[in-house]
Each structure stands twice: as structure tokens, then as C-alpha cells.
Design a protein around this ligand. Sequence first.
Ligand SMILES: Cc1cc2nc3c(=O)[nH]c(=O)nc-3n(C[C@H](O)[C@H](O)[C@H](O)COP(=O)(O)OP(=O)(O)OC[C@H]3O[C@@H](n4cnc5c(N)ncnc54)[C@H](O)[C@@H]3O)c2cc1C
Length: 400
Amino acid sequence: MDLRFSADELAFRDEISGFIADNLPDDIRQRMRLGYSPEKADTIRWQRILNARGWAAYSWPREHGGPGWTPVQRMMFLEENQLAPAPDMQVFNITMIGPVLIQFGTDDQKRRFLPRAADLDDWWCQGFSEPGAGSDLAALKTAAKREGDEYIVNGQKIWTSTAHMADWCFVLVRTNPQAAKRQEGISFLLIDMKTPGITVRPIISIDGTHHLNEVFFDDVRVPVAMRVGEENKGWDVAKFLLGNERSGIARLGKSKERVRFAKEAAGDMRAGGRPLSEDGEFRRRIAQLETDIKALEITQLRVLSAQKAGEGKQDPLTAVLKVKGTELLQATSELVMDVGGPLSMPEWAQELAALSNEPELGPVWATEATRSYLMLRAASIYGGTNEIMKNIVSKAVLGL
Ligand SMILES: Cc1cc2nc3c(=O)[nH]c(=O)nc-3n(C[C@H](O)[C@H](O)[C@H](O)COP(=O)(O)OP(=O)(O)OC[C@H]3O[C@@H](n4cnc5c(N)ncnc54)[C@H](O)[C@@H]3O)c2cc1C
């Protein structure tokens, strides 16, 4: 295991950070720094700038419109992008459907969808989970019956992030309810969200935003040409996709950026008559988080180093990255919220704003910190819950 970066890798990192510094629109950077989630328009604008440079589809090979980077280069790119701070690439497009089509798609599907996914001309969403089929995904019931060269789809998906703004959805459906094993009767379909029979209903999450949805399918007609992989072999496609979903999920750059922001903001806040940044307990907490981030960074490099050496494609240690990375995202969002103290209480700030014509009390980053803290409670659920990840670690890493 070699944890040192080569001179080429260090030069690569400088090239990435220089490009981002020169090209990230200032209004987007300012909003991200204050802790806002990127708007759809921000993500599209930034992804197109990166795509024009050939970098947006950062994990794809060159022949399909990606830069053909090594795992270390991808990690550096993601980290510099998060540190900027800039919007992440649209995950369903770049990390999920792109690699799936490259691996399993027909030539027509690749030609039609890959360039549009990279440039965000199509916004994709993921229709996997159902009421009763989350961790136990193979229990899914949404049915697709074949009629000539079409499937007729009926059923319901849930927790479908960004479905209300999506052009297309990749969906797992049951095509053979009689299969001996549940996993053997599933297929993977690409569904145009404008098709008649689709209803999208919002689910407002605890942070007060509309990100999640229920999606209902009532006699939705989908051409057979929109199936990816063989009929009833969709489980193989789903497993491949879920393996990719976990890579890059640690988002260490984001945690680092939040700690850096908290340190700056603490200079302006007071604790016991002194700047919070001088408070011993606060400094201890920062030191602990920075140590945990460093430890996970080394684990991430170990995983990458093993990949480089070709020691195995799907390393179960990525489950550790998911658990620890999301715990750190939660801890660092809590840190920023605590720096804001009482000013981080959005209800209170809203009430004051309504009662008074004075400018809002306290900085906007503090109320956004609470929103982000609340939303990130979900980070230990999506992408495979942390309990399921710990099951993987206990079996596949610890051999228990
Ligand atoms: C913010 C957010 C966005 C999401 N976006 C999408 C999306 O875009 N598309 C999509 O398809 N899905 C999405 N999901 C759904 C997500 O994949 C599921 O919520 C997740 O897989 C868990 O499934 P579940 O909610 O049905 O919970 P369950 O599977 O019912 O789990 C409930 C609890 O039991 C625990 N548990 C379950 N089985 C075991 C076990 N074997 N051992 C130990 N503990 C267990 C779980 O860890 C959890 O704590 C999203 C979820 C969230 C919160």
C-alpha cells in the first residue's frame, strides 16, 4: 500500500483546483458557502461548464465522453469540487445511469442518452424503493406486463428524489411474478416521465423542502426498446448500480469544507465573552473531527490503493466509507448549527422576521445550517442504510 501521491497526481490536483477557482460562478459559490443546497439551475450551469472541459462525467471512460481518470484522480476531483464549494454532479445521471448504460445498454441507448446525461439535457431520477421494499429491495411489486413491443407498468415507488423535476426515471419492475427466486423476475426500464399514467406526489421532508416524492404508475406504456439488459435479469443491473452508488458517498471534501466554515464563523460568535474560536471545548471538538476526517481519508486511500493494485473490484471496505463518511457529514453539519447557537433555530428566526420590520436577526448561514443538519439525518438511510452497511462489514470485512 502506497499512500503518497505521485508528482503527476499532485499536478493534477492543482489543475483541477485552478480550473474550479477560475470558472465556478461566484453567485453559486457564495450560496454554497452559506450552506444552501444547490438549485436545479445551479447544478445544470456548473455541470455544463465542467462538461465543456470534459470532466462532468468524471467516472466514465473517454470513449463515452468521460475523462478516463484513475480512481485517485476521481477522488481528487470530487474533493476539490466539494471544497470549492461547488454543486456535486447530478448523481443519478453521472454515477448511476451513465455507468449502467455503458456496461449494459444497447448502442442506441448509449447514443441517445449518454451525451444528454453528461450535459444534463435530461435529468434522471431513481425509481427503486417502494413501500415495503427498501433494504429488502427484491420484495418490489411494481409490475410490468408485456404486450407486443410494450410493457404495461402498474405500481408505486416512494422516496423518489427529484422525480418532480425529472425528465426520465430508471425503474425496477417485476416482469416474472412466478420466478423461483424473487431476484430472478425483475427487469430494469427507462421511463419517460411525460408518459401518460404517471403521477408524482410530493413528500415534504423535515427540513421543509420538496426533494422527495411518491410516484404512481397506472397502465404506463413503455417500449420494450427501453429495457436495459435482458428481461428478468434486471437484478444484475441493479447490483452493479448500487455498487457504484456507494463509491464517492463518503463526501470527505464536504465534511472538510464544513469544518473550515465553522472555524471561520466561530471567530464572529461569542462564548463567555470571548470569540467562540478561543473556547477550549470548541477547539477540542474541531480537533476530534479533523482527526476522524484524517483517519477516514487514510482508509479511503487504502481502498483506492487496493483498487489500483487490482486486488478486487467491489471492496467491502466501501461499506466502512459509507458509514463513517455519512456519520462525519452529520457531525460536521451539527457543528455548524451549534456555532450558530440560538440563531440556528429557523422557526424562531421566521417568527421574528414576521413580527418585526428590522433586518433578520443573525446570519443566514445559521438557519441554513439547521436545514442541512435535518436533511443530513437521511444520509445514514439513503444509498443503503448504515445498519445494512454494518452487516456487510461484520460479515465481509471482519468475517463474523
Ligand atoms: C432522503 C432520501 C432519499 C432517497 N432517495 C431515493 C431515490 O431517489 N430512489 C429510491 O429508489 N430510493 C430512495 N430512497 C430510499 C432509500 O433507499 C430507502 O429508504 C432505504 O433503502 C431504506 O429502506 P426503507 O426506508 O424501506 O427502510 P427499511 O428497509 O424498512 O428499514 C427500516 C429500518 O430497519 C433497518 N433494517 C432493515 N433491514 C435490516 C437488516 N437486515 N439488518 C439490520 N437492520 C435492518 C434499517 O437499517 C432501518 O433502520 C431515499 C431515502 C431517503 C431517506
